[in-house]
Design a protein around this ligand. Structure first.
Ligand SMILES: [Zn+2]
Length: 350
């Protein structure tokens, strides 16, 4: 490869403009019938590799600049929980291989991925050691697969995120670290979003920000705080659900209009009526960009049409934009001169 056609890395791309990273594999593959809600382990990587590959391709088609290896919750603790710890290495290597294949064919970036372990306990050296070992093994597989950078995501303790960052920094690859905020506007140890992200940026993360749990409308105020506190690249990957001040996370949403839910909350499999439409995702993208965000995506619940909405809000036309709506040719609501007047004149009846 010559210097001119050498693939640009994450930082070079960010220097030229915003980067989009599609997420939400767990929820989308669950909806499609290839993954089980509950433990939310990415076993589909081994059970249904073609479906995982296809979803990577759909996200790229919709505008993602990154193919994120589907190793979220593919760590030792989650595999222990479902009695499949012996598949840990195979699952991680296969996830990276599938994602790498799609990144190579599309000229996008391959991202390795680590996440919240659910084992981190503040003040416990033993848990810190255990968590670090889990990150080290997953990061090593990402390096082995030639990942362009590594994402550490969905941390609710700044301290756990800092351990993830330390492990990633040992590889010299760029790190994108995003924090998940639950109902409180602080991490579980009490950091505001601004303080948490500044601590992580000061420790060397190339991109810091927020992902998961919060919908666009309840993530924005936290992003404002992050953007006021951090100078570098900032990430925003909300869940695409209509969260509100009383119910700021997708886990806390309630649906009093529905009396047939199996439990009291629509999370995680009955959130459909709360799903943001593409215009809301576009609106969020513009507002977040105005605040200073330059790394975008949608987390759990996100689908390709949301990714396309982000891309188009950023002024891009990914391949999927070829099929963006043109209502001028709609039989009843259109304006095309060749349409039947007996239909277009009657649109108020439809
Ligand atoms: Zn998520």
């Amino acid at each position: 490869m010559t210097a001119s056609n050498k693939r640009q890395g994450l930082l070079e791309r960010l220097a030229e403009g915003p980067v989009i990273c599609a997420e939400g594999y767990l929820f989308e593959l669950e909806r499609r019938g290839y993954l089980q809600a509950g433990a939310f382990v990415p076993a589909a990587v081994l059970d249904h590799p073609d479906e995982v590959r296809q979803l990577h391709r759909e996200f790229v088609h919709a505008g993602s600049d990154v193919v994120e290896a589907f190793t979220y919750y593919g760590h030792r603790e989650k595999l222990r929980l479902i009695g499949k710890e012996h598949l840990l290495a195979d699952l991680n290597r296969e996830a990276l291989r599938i994602a790498g294949e799609v990144a190579a064919e599309s000229g996008t970036l391959l991202a390795g991925n680590i996440c919240n372990t659910n084992l981190f306990e503040p003040g416990s050296n033993e848990s810190a050691t255990q968590v670090r070992a889990m990150f080290e093994e997953q990061v090593a597989w990402a390096v082995e697969a030639n990942a362009d950078f590594i994402i550490g995501e969905t941390f609710s303790y700044t301290e756990e995120a800092l351990i993830a960052l330390e492990v990633i920094k040992q590889t010299k690859l760029a790190a994108v670290i995003t924090m998940a905020f639950h109902r409180a506007d602080t991490t579980r140890e009490g950091d505001t979003a601004g303080v948490a992200c500044k601590r992580i940026a000061d420790a060397g993360a190339e991109v810091v920000g927020l992902n998961c749990c919060r919908g666009p409308w309840t993530m924005l105020p936290l992003l404002e705080n992050v953007c006021a506190s951090v100078d570098g690249h900032i990430a925003a990957l909300p869940v695409p659900y209509r969260t509100n001040a009383e119910e700021p996370t997708f886990q806390s949403l309630r649906d009093p209009g529905c009396d047939c839910l199996p439990g009291e909350m629509p999370f995680p499999t009955a959130l459909d009526p709360f799903t943001c439409n593409r215009f809301e995702i576009a609106d969020f993208t513009k507002k977040a960009q105005d605040l200073g965000v330059n790394y975008f995506g949608v987390c759990c619940g996100g689908a390709p049409h949301h990714v396309r909405a982000i891309a188009e809000a950023l002024g891009r036309t990914p391949p999927a934009s070829r099929y963006s709506p043109d209502m001028s040719k709609h039989a009843f609501f259109g304006t095309d001169a060749s349409l039947q007047a007996h239909n277009t004149d009657a649109n108020a009846e439809i």
